[in-house]
Write a protein that binds this ligand. Structure first.
Ligand code: TRP
Length: 326
């Protein structure tokens, strides 16, 4: 029996190159080795977007299109929508009664988000419980591994602590203690050199048309000291160089040297990178177009995935209730 993997994304915006490199490319590979569950976390999206929830549904389908276009396969993996599996809420409730407040209050992601997303008023009861729902997501499917980025490690640790607390309290082991699968990839920054993020609008979306990709790439920040082509650059701190390493590794060494020797100017460098990204996105966008035109197929894929997910979620929740005698 293949071990289980579960991961999820919050449908709050268009997916971009960071999602492709940081998550999706890795998910596609994991499908061969593991029994994978990929979840559109729309309840989690609601926790930060409750003031504007009408966009979530649209992004559920938009993100699903990207997943499929990138090679997530509904035959190999279970693709499902969190809000269709009510068991997530039930387990969330049960876990919440045994989660000490202090575990949530000290969570670094919680503290950061409060600071970063001030305009969203995230000092809510629901948002504080974000990691508890995430623990329910993972534990319902008894996933052994959870592929996540560095930023999600505190949530995984909290999930593991909850498993131990539950097993200790009720003297019966019903859950699997999940492990993180860290994706080791160079960090792609946004075109302005800041963290790539929806709120900064500094990303290249997987659905951006070639002209848009070219324009955004040409606008990318490079070494700020290199104000003229004949000044040698410092590729180790240049975001454009990082993009080469990710999207055209066979050219990266050449870029490194010709930048340091002031042979290659930033402008030409970025033009060429623009073409490389356009080429990378081309097959994805071709598949995107196909899925975009077939809403019925998308609904059918989710419908089937939801059925498969629900079956397992019900089994686990049933065991939990037996243990609790409720
Ligand atoms: N919190 C995750 C993120 O923002 C999304 C998520 C929700 C998730 N539930 C999950 C990831 C369960 C892994 C497992 O990226």
């Amino acid at each position: 029996m293949k071990k289980r993997v579960l991961s999820g994304m919050r449908p709050t915006g268009k997916l971009h190159l960071g999602h492709l490199v940081g998550a999706l490319a890795n998910w596609v590979k994991l499908q061969k080795q593991y029994s994978c569950f990929f979840m559109l976390a729309d309840w989690h999206a609601l926790m930060s977007e409750y003031q504007n929830p009408q966009e979530i549904k649209e992004y559920v389908f938009d993100n699903l299109i990207d997943w499929l276009a990138c090679g997530i396969s509904p035959e190999e993996s279970v693709i499902f929508l969190q809000s269709e599996i009510k068991e997530h809420l039930e387990l969330n409730m049960i876990l919440s009664v045994l989660t000490p407040l202090a575990w949530l209050e000290r969570c670094p992601t919680y503290k950061e988000q409060l600071k970063e997303l001030k305009e969203k008023e995230l000092t809510t009861y629901g948002f504080l419980g974000y990691p508890v729902l995430q623990a329910a997501d993972i534990l319902l499917y008894r996933a052994s591994f959870v592929p996540v980025g560095q930023d999600q490690l505190p949530h995984l640790e909290l999930t593991r602590e909850l498993v131990r607390r539950f097993h200790h309290l009720y003297k019966k082991n019903v859950f699997v203690e999940p492990q993180a699968l860290l994706t080791e990839i160079p960090k792609l920054l946004g075109i302005d050199g800041r963290k790539m993020s929806k709120s900064y609008g500094n990303f290249i979306a997987l659905s951006d048309a070639p002209e848009v990709v070219r324009k955004k790439t040409e606008a990318m920040f490079t070494d700020p000291q290199r104000i003229k082509k004949d000044i040698p650059g410092r590729p180790w701190l240049c975001n454009v160089y990082t993009y080469y390493k990710v999207f055209k590794p066979e050219l990266a060494e050449n870029v490194w040297h010709s930048c340091m020797r002031a042979e290659l100017g930033c402008k030409d460098d970025k033009r060429r990178l623009g073409e490389i990204i356009v080429e990378t996105l081309k097959p994805i966008q071709e598949r995107r177009d196909k899925f975009r035109k077939d809403r019925r197929l998308l609904e059918e894929i989710l419908f089937q995935g939801n059925i498969r997910a629900k079956k397992i979620a019900q089994e686990t929740l049933q065991e939990v209730k037996v243990v609790l005698k409720i």
